[in-house]
Every structure is written in C-alpha cells, then in structure tokens.
Design a protein around this ligand. Structure first.
Ligand SMILES: [Zn+2]
Length: 349
C-alpha cells in the first residue's frame, strides 16, 4: 500500500511538472481523454450521420458552432499557434493546467449526470432514428391512398402507407425520438414562429443539429401545403414542455403538428387545407379525443399556433368527412416561393 501510494504521488508530481513545461497543453490532453462518445446503442452508421450533420452545421457557420466542443478545441490550437514567443509560455501553461482542472470537474459532473439519467430512464431511451419503409407504392395504389387522404377516408391506412403513397412526404428526425408508451389521446397544433423565413426542412434541420435530445414534432406542414412526417407517430417526439402542460397532455400521449410560419406571415390556403386533412386522418386513425393548440395547454409560455382560426378549422374538419371538399380552397395550385434564406432558423414555439 505505502509503495503504491508513493508511486501514485510520484506520478502525480511528474504530471504536474510536465504540465508546467512550455507548450504542453493539459487541457488538450484531457479534452482528448474526456471526449464524449455516442451511447452504446447508437450504431456507427448513425454516429457517422450525426457527424455529417454536425459538419454541415459547422460549414454554415451558425451560432451553434460556438457550442461545438471540437471547434473550441481547434480554436485553442489556433490560438496556440498564433501566440508564438516564449515569454508568455509560463503563464499560459498555468492557465492551461487550471483549465484542465476545470474540464476534469466538468467531465465528472457530466458523467454523474449521465449515470443519473440512465438510472431514471431519462435520456437513455432516446433514439437517433426510427425504422421506416420508404419504398413507393405503384401509381394506382398511390393515387387511391392520396384521394382517400384528401377525402378524409384514409384511416385504414397506416402513417407509413401515406408516406409510401406520397400523400405525406418524409424528412426524418435525427435524435429526439423515443418509443411511445401508452395510447395517443391528444393532437397538438403548433406554428413554428421562426424569427426568419425558414421552410419545413430548415426547421427540422435546426432541431436535428442539437444532438440526441432535442425538440421536434411528428409532422410539419410547409408553406406550399406539403406535409412532412419526421417520425412515425408510434414514436414520441418532444413538442410540448410536459412540466408546464395542462389537461394531462404529455409528449407521451400526444402527436404534434407544426405549421410553418414566421410572425409576419399568414397561413396559406394549401397549408390550412393540409392541416385539416392531416388532423382528420390522425383523429380517425388513432381515435384521438382532443385537438388543442400548444398555447391552450401550455399557456404559461406558449401562444401558438398564432393567429390560427379555430372556428374555421373545426368547421372544415367537420366537413372533411363524407367525401366533402373543405372550404379552404381544395386543390388550389400550390404556390410556393422557395425560401433561400440560410440564416439560423431559431424557433420560438
Ligand atoms: Zn408550439
């Protein structure tokens, strides 16, 4: 025992001494040691996909880059390279040693958080993706399903069938997915309320850039009326803050539909039409009792869908059944001006 203790002491002293040497970065060493690895259940494929997404986000120079620890590390390297000259090396290495200690403390806090989360089943059941069959149906089948969907008669088809028939498009969540436990009772409508123009895919990209745990809704309806499924409704996504919701609404017992809009835009007719088709389908398919706006069930900090005409929506939803076209302007030519803004799509709702 004393011998071992002695050896440990000598090793620690040696490490400290090395840390004082000019040009030695303890921070960098620890960063390498404590670099976070994807959880065991994440396949290499998905980890690689996550990296690709992160790399893409980085190249766009979004504000998120600043939070990326890898780029922080490379910034440190860049600073080190630019700061040549020996006189500041001593102070620098002290600072680096202090920084290293901080990182170590942070790493151990992070590790204990991870353990706590695993014990409580918190983040441990998040998934990077959910299985889906994207192979297309033949034209006749697709047409039949598409017609059924717009006529409010598609409840015998699964959400996946709608995607395979092209009635609903698919743009997948990467992360933010959990297996659903329990029945779906609520349908929650949202509006994206982005600060800048952002189409549906851009909003989903923004969700996906945040790692394994992030917000998202199962469906997002674009300005031209295109409905995107991001994950099958048999999985849960995080579109409400369960700690603030009323009427017993949780992510576990609800499906979220986001309607794309900035505060300056009106909803488009094709968009409202699609929301009715989708809400009608989901209501029938899952026998959903309640349709709420996010603001209704989370009034402490949400007001979306903003400026949404509920009486018109309910009227149209009632008319959908029985092969009746809705009054929003069914089969309106889709008028979509592509959004070219590449600014970060920070979402407030
Ligand atoms: Zn919302």
């Amino acid at each position: 025992m004393p011998f071992r203790f002695h050896r440990a002491l000598v090793t620690a002293l040696a490490m400290l001494a090395v840390a004082q040497l000019p040009g030695y970065s303890m921070g960098g060493r620890l960063a390498a040691l404590t670099r976070t690895k994807p959880p065991a259940f994440v396949s290499a494929h998905h980890a690689a996909r996550g990296k690709a997404v992160r790399a893409k986000a980085n190249s766009k120079k979004s504000t998120r880059v600043a939070r990326n620890s890898k780029s922080k590390a490379s910034n440190r390297v860049a600073q080190k390279v630019s700061k040549t000259g020996r006189k500041s090396n001593h102070n620098k290495s002290i600072a680096q040693a202090k920084h290293g200690k901080k990182r170590l403390a942070h790493a151990s806090r992070h590790a204990s958080k991870k353990i706590a989360a695993a014990k409580s089943g918190g983040h441990s059941n998040y998934m990077w993706s959910a299985p889906i069959n994207l192979s297309k149906f033949d034209a006749t089948t697709s047409n039949t399903i598409q017609m059924s969907f717009t006529d409010g008669q598609a409840s015998k088809y699964s959400p996946e069938d709608l995607v395979r028939a092209g009635a609903v498009s698919y743009y997948g969540l990467k992360g933010g997915i959990r297996p659903r436990r329990g029945p779906i009772r609520n349908l929650i409508l949202h509006s994206t309320e982005t600060t800048q123009l952002a189409d549906a895919k851009r909003v989903v990209d923004s969700w996906n850039s945040r790692g394994l745990v992030h917000p998202g809704a199962q469906y997002i309806v674009d300005r031209d009326g295109t409905i995107y499924e991001t994950v099958d409704p048999s999985y849960t996504s995080s579109h409400v803050d369960t700690s603030r919701t009323l009427k017993g609404v949780t992510n576990a017992n609800s499906i979220g539909i986001e309607i794309v809009r900035t505060g300056k835009q009106q909803y488009t007719a094709p968009q409202l039409e699609s929301v009715v088709h989708l809400a009608g389908y989901l209501k029938d398919r899952f026998q959903i009792a309640n349709i709420y706006g996010h603001g209704q069930i989370q009034p402490s900090d949400r007001t979306d869908p903003v400026n949404f005409d509920w009486s018109s929506f309910k009227q149209n939803l009632a008319m959908l059944k029985g092969n009746t076209r809705t009054a929003y302007g069914a089969h309106t030519t889709r008028q979509f001006s592509a959004v070219t803004s590449r600014a970060p799509a920070r979402q407030r709702s």
